[in-house]
Design a protein around this ligand. Structure first.
Ligand code: MG
Length: 369
């Protein structure tokens, strides 16, 4: 089987609740998402998607994904898409880094591998280890009462895991967490995620104020691993590391430093499903819990997330997000679809969703053999 054609499409995703606000003044209303379609000489098609969370979240941006894919697309022609490591090698030869762009190609190849084997991607990732898994929802940064009201509304929809976007002030951020704790119940988890926006002193203040609350988890309080480790030494709050963990090397470094109880694996952040599986296995081997999600994205990103989440050891699956619940636009019929706060991976072969190619319009560019 050989790749004979690569098409790259673009579309915009808007946030279903208006403005998505994070620390350091980062506000998201609309994002450029990029879809890759790979076609093979025997007529199979696979799809993948990547959508960076704006230009100042990670070292990634929407236009960057497209520029990288313009470099990568010709290099893919003639490869067997089922040989995922070989596809990864070829992409690394053609372009160093830019894992977030490669993630879309990797997902499309997994889609083809699944279709050609008549198996869902989660089976190929190791198996459907549980049918459903609990989803979390992020609460945009805002005044405490607004965040509490948002949590109440999502709780009424069946969500019991809340990830609060924090700012840069320890006392104000602790007040936000308090407000959400009061609006939620004993079965609810509250993850205080500063996305690296707090410096060590403010993070220590927030952690000290939140210390008595068993339902609270800290996620990536500070921008560097060293600052997060500093905070961790001064608190018993469980720690999730996210932005600083991008590959096995950073994971192992943090693990050796006893830096985390859980790791947030965003598929595009770590360079695609193939590399996310490697991190999943590493985390499982050493007993670190996992959040499975992506930076942002629509139905295709959600499909990839659902398969990876289904393949995680149930005891170590902390939270999952279905990004297509966060966006207004749907390119695969709003599938996979959450149900009352639970997610599930499609049963059909490959990623298991049908992309509405007509809705994507003409490709931005293509490469063909
Ligand atoms: Mg996070």
């Amino acid at each position: 089987m050989k790749i004979t054609r690569v098409d790259v499409f673009g579309y915009d995703l808007t946030y279903v609740h208006g403005r998505y606000v994070m620390s350091r003044g980062r506000v998201i209303e609309r994002l450029a998402s990029t879809v890759v379609r790979i076609t093979t000489d025997n007529g199979l098609e696979g799809f993948g998607e990547t959508c960076p969370l704006g230009p100042s979240y990670l070292e990634a941006h929407g236009a960057g994904a497209r520029a990288a894919l313009r470099e990568l697309a010709p290099a893919l022609l003639g490869l067997d898409p089922r040989e995922l490591a070989c596809v990864g090698d070829r992409m690394d030869e053609a372009l160093l880094g830019h894992g977030y762009a490669k993630a879309a190609v990797d997902a499309a190849c997994w889609d083809i591998l699944g279709t050609s084997a008549s198996l869902p991607v989660c089976t190929l990732l190791g198996g459907r280890r549980h049918d459903t898994f609990p989803l979390y929802i992020a609460i945009p940064l805002g005044p405490p009462e607004e965040m509490a009201a948002y949590a109440e509304a999502r709780r009424a929809e069946g969500i019991h895991r809340f990830q609060l976007k924090l700012g840069a002030d320890g006392r104000a951020d602790a007040a936000r967490v308090h407000a959400v704790l009061e609006a939620t119940g004993d079965e609810d988890i509250v993850i205080a995620d500063a996305n690296g926006g707090l410096r060590a002193q403010e993070a220590v203040i927030a952690a000290r104020l939140l210390e008595p609350y068993e339902r609270v988890y800290l996620e990536q309080p500070c921008p560097t691993l060293e600052e997060c480790l500093y905070v961790r030494r001064l608190t018993t709050l469980p720690m999730v590391l996210d932005e600083v963990i991008t590959d096995p090397t950073t994971f192992l470094r943090a693990w050796h430093a006893c830096g985390m109880d859980a790791v947030n694996v965003k598929i595009s952040k770590v360079g695609g499903l193939t590399r996310a599986r490697r991190l999943r296995e590493l985390a499982e081997a050493v007993g670190v819990s996992l959040t499975i999600e992506d930076t942002w994205g629509g139905d295709l990103v959600t499909a990839a997330v659902s398969h990876l989440a289904a393949s995680v050891d149930e005891r170590l699956l902390f939270t999952v997000s279905f990004m297509n619940d966060w966006t207004n636009e749907h390119i695969a019929g709003y599938e996979p679809r959450s149900q009352v706060g639970l997610g599930r991976a499609p049963e059909r072969p490959g990623l298991g969703v049908d992309v509405d190619v007509a809705a994507l319009g003409e490709p931005l560019f293509s490469a063909a053999a």
